[in-house]
Design a protein around this ligand. Sequence first.
Ligand code: SF4
Ligand code: SF4
Length: 68
Amino acid sequence: MARIIINQDGCKGCEMCVNACPRHIIALDKEKINAKGYHPAKLLDEEKCTGCCSCAMMCPDCMIVVER
Ligand code: SF4
Ligand code: SF4
Protein backbone atom coordinates (compact mmCIF):
# COMPACT_ATOMS: atom_id res chain seq x y z
CA MET A 1 0.00 0.00 0.00
CA ALA A 2 1.24 3.47 -0.88
CA ARG A 3 1.42 6.32 1.52
CA ILE A 4 2.72 9.82 1.50
CA ILE A 5 4.76 11.66 4.07
CA ILE A 6 4.21 15.41 4.22
CA ASN A 7 6.80 17.62 5.87
CA GLN A 8 4.24 19.75 7.64
CA ASP A 9 6.86 22.04 9.17
CA GLY A 10 8.00 23.14 5.72
CA CYS A 11 4.57 23.32 4.10
CA LYS A 12 3.37 26.75 3.00
CA GLY A 13 -0.27 25.79 2.55
CA CYS A 14 -0.36 26.60 -1.15
CA GLU A 15 -2.83 23.77 -1.89
CA MET A 16 -1.04 22.68 -5.07
CA CYS A 17 -1.05 19.12 -3.76
CA VAL A 18 -4.69 19.40 -2.66
CA ASN A 19 -5.69 20.29 -6.20
CA ALA A 20 -3.37 17.74 -7.80
CA CYS A 21 -4.61 14.65 -6.00
CA PRO A 22 -7.00 12.68 -8.24
CA ARG A 23 -8.40 10.87 -5.20
CA HIS A 24 -9.11 14.10 -3.31
CA ILE A 25 -7.50 12.83 -0.14
CA ILE A 26 -5.26 15.77 0.75
CA ALA A 27 -6.54 18.84 2.57
CA LEU A 28 -5.14 21.66 4.62
CA ASP A 29 -5.31 20.92 8.33
CA LYS A 30 -7.35 23.83 9.62
CA GLU A 31 -6.74 22.77 13.20
CA LYS A 32 -2.99 23.12 12.93
CA ILE A 33 -0.68 26.07 12.26
CA ASN A 34 2.98 25.36 11.59
CA ALA A 35 5.98 27.49 12.55
CA LYS A 36 5.69 29.41 9.29
CA GLY A 37 2.14 30.38 10.17
CA TYR A 38 0.36 28.18 7.61
CA HIS A 39 -2.22 25.45 7.82
CA PRO A 40 -0.18 22.48 6.57
CA ALA A 41 -1.40 19.83 4.18
CA LYS A 42 -2.42 16.45 5.56
CA LEU A 43 -3.42 13.11 4.13
CA LEU A 44 -7.06 12.30 4.86
CA ASP A 45 -7.33 8.66 3.88
CA GLU A 46 -4.21 6.55 3.49
CA GLU A 47 -6.29 3.61 2.24
CA LYS A 48 -7.25 5.50 -0.91
CA CYS A 49 -3.76 6.61 -1.94
CA THR A 50 -2.61 4.99 -5.18
CA GLY A 51 0.96 6.27 -4.96
CA CYS A 52 0.56 8.15 -8.23
CA CYS A 53 3.01 10.86 -7.07
CA SER A 54 0.96 13.74 -8.47
CA CYS A 55 1.04 15.52 -5.14
CA ALA A 56 4.79 15.12 -4.73
CA MET A 57 5.46 16.34 -8.27
CA MET A 58 3.30 19.40 -7.81
CA CYS A 59 4.71 20.57 -4.49
CA PRO A 60 6.94 23.56 -5.29
CA ASP A 61 9.04 22.98 -2.18
CA CYS A 62 9.36 19.18 -2.38
CA MET A 63 7.62 18.67 0.96
CA ILE A 64 5.96 15.39 0.00
CA VAL A 65 7.58 11.97 -0.28
CA VAL A 66 5.65 9.00 -1.65
CA GLU A 67 6.43 5.56 -0.28
CA ARG A 68 5.37 2.49 -2.21
S1 SF4 B 1 0.23 9.86 -4.28
FE1 SF4 B 1 -1.51 10.35 -5.67
S2 SF4 B 1 -3.32 9.44 -4.69
FE2 SF4 B 1 -1.70 9.52 -3.12
S3 SF4 B 1 -2.08 11.45 -2.03
FE3 SF4 B 1 -0.58 11.88 -3.67
S4 SF4 B 1 -1.78 12.56 -5.45
FE4 SF4 B 1 -3.20 11.57 -4.00
S1 SF4 C 1 2.05 21.59 -2.39
FE1 SF4 C 1 3.64 21.42 -0.77
S2 SF4 C 1 3.75 23.45 0.16
FE2 SF4 C 1 1.83 23.37 -1.01
S3 SF4 C 1 0.26 22.70 0.45
FE3 SF4 C 1 1.06 20.85 -0.52
S4 SF4 C 1 2.75 20.12 0.81
FE4 SF4 C 1 2.27 22.24 1.36
